[in-house]
Design a protein around this ligand. Structure first.
Ligand code: ACO
Length: 447
């Protein structure tokens, strides 16, 4: 990484500040402003961090203009075609493709750590039946740390590997148990003879009197879903994990925070919102064209869920892979789903509509993923939970990268204060009533 050029900033008072330019391994350029305030008294302001590099990272590369995504240098298309989710996790976390021995060793650690402590059953029983599984997921991952006190201080590579594998493996067990609890069915134990994805499907769908055997197509589609969600550089939830980790919080606590950040409909909850949107359109008989007219009319405050991305201003390569996978899976399972047709229609119209073209809005990873999950029998409210299982390796890799960096400081952005200047205290009987509540939700997510 080169750091020789400088950029020049002229301040309103005529001062000239030289700022180092940082160039990444793919030629991305940044102006390093870390010393700006100390030198000039100025900070930079960037609402929503749209133009802020929060760290240097060697994990994932995205070129949003050209629709490129690579994990550790390997194109996502090649990983999707050739790898498994657990191998992809090793690549992301440790930086290199594992040897055959490393693969089987990691696989064994995943298997050894797949079961939850037996006491955990009581936690599941404590949630209301209609609790959203994301709230169970984040609470349970947080609770895991109470059962692994040695794992709270990671001081060697073996301990990190064990905790990382335990989190990846147990996340899947927790997700399936949360689902079983919500439908009043007995929680299934993981099996020691099944691979990662098949084991998850077993825990989701087996019953005491009937073992579920995942088809090859189902396992392959879910494997692809997990791979495509495994990392996506400094998105909302990964930044949250790094933020929490920068205060030296342990891996469990940092990842639990990531699950919470992922939940919202503009991030990991978008796959659920897409499916709800498609279901509503299908049930009400509203046409794709009419729905898009409503989206474009700003007073309706509706977004076309599964469209648009902060970084991709071109095709999201994950959406292309998932679109093909959705076609293949539905054909293999001989399913026809009106919602897949609707998704195709919405996409076709939007991609030729001035509103979407001008704003460079393309389908994102969530647009077709819900079709696949629905075909696999996964209920809609579990979609963000599956996203969180998939994103686990990325969160762990980012936590490790930060943890291993001796120069790492606590994340602590600044702000421009826009509130009242200093003012005298008002005694209770002289106070005016506060303003009425005016807040309202900004976006409706369903038709
Ligand atoms: N439907 C309609 N209009 C949209 C959409 C959409 N899905 N997305 C963006 N726009 C419009 C905005 O209204 C805005 O229009 P304006 O310039 O006339 O005001 C313009 O496009 C830019 O939108 P921003 O909100 O500034 O874009 P931002 O980068 O902040 O948001 C986001 C990105 C949150 C993904 C947005 O595109 C969105 O809400 N999409 C729908 C939700 C979604 O699918 N989220 C999943 C993202 S992928 C992931 O997290 C895994």
């Amino acid at each position: 990484m080169a750091e020789q050029e400088t950029a020049v900033l002229m301040l309103p008072d005529g001062r000239r500040i030289d700022l180092p330019v940082v160039i990444g391994s793919e030629g991305e350029q940044a102006v390093d402003i870390s010393a700006l305030r100390a030198e000039s008294g100025f900070i930079t302001l960037d609402d929503g961090y749209a133009n802020t590099g929060s760290c240097r990272s060697a994990i994932t590369y995205i070129d949003g203009e050209r629709g490129i995504l690579r994990y550790r240098g390997y194109p996502i298309e090649e990983i999707a075609r050739r790898s498994s989710f657990t191998e992809t996790a090793q690549l992301l976390i440790w930086g290199e493709l594992p040897t055959a021995d490393e693969r089987s060793r990691f696989s064994q650690i995943l298997t050894d750590n797949s079961a939850l402590p037996e006491d955990f059953r009581r936690h599941f029983a404590g949630f209301p039946r209609d609790a959203h599984p994301m709230s169970i997921m984040s609470a349970m991952i947080n609770a895991l740390q109470s059962y692994d006190l040695p794992g709270l201080i990671i001081d060697c590579d073996e301990e990190f590997e064990r905790v990382a594998a335990s989190l990846m493996s147990k996340a899947r067990t927790i997700a399936a148990a949360a689902y079983k609890s919500s439908i009043s069915e007995p929680i299934q134990y993981p099996r020691y003879d099944l691979k990662y994805t098949e084991n998850f499907l077993h825990m989701m769908f087996s019953r005491p009197h009937r073992e579920y055997v995942a088809s090859a197509e189902a396992a392959q589609a879910l494997n692809l879903f997990f791979i495509l969600h495994a990392d996506h550089e400094q998105n909302c939830s990964t930044s949250t994990v790094r933020m929490v980790a920068s205060g030296q919080a342990n891996l469990y606590a940092s990842v639990a925070a990531g699950v919470c950040a992922l939940w919202g409909p503009l991030h990991g909850g978008a796959n659920q919102a897409v499916m709800e949107m498609l279901t509503e359109l299908s049930q009400t008989g509203q046409s794709a064209r009419d729905y898009l007219e409503r989206v474009k009319d700003r007073k309706n405050n509706i977004r076309l869920m599964g469209f648009g991305h902060r970084v991709y201003r071109n095709w999201d390569p994950r959406a292309l892979l998932l679109k093909q996978a959705a076609d293949d899976l539905l054909a293999a399972m001989q399913i026809t789903d009106r919602r897949l047709d609707l998704a195709r229609e919405l996409e076709e119209i939007a991609l030729h509509d001035d509103y979407f073209v001008a704003r460079r809005l393309y389908p994102n990873v969530d647009f077709y993923s819900g079709i696949i999950l629905t075909a696999l029998g996964i209920p809609t409210e579990m979609f963000p939970v599956l996203f969180s299982i998939g994103r686990m390796p990325g969160w762990i890799a980012n936590w490790k990268e930060l943890h291993d960096d001796p120069k790492q400081r606590i994340y602590r952005p600044r702000q421009i204060y826009t509130g009242s200047p200093s003012r005298p205290w008002i005694s209770t009987f002289k106070r005016e009533p506060v303003n009425e509540m005016t807040g309202s939700f900004r976006f409706q997510i369903a038709a």
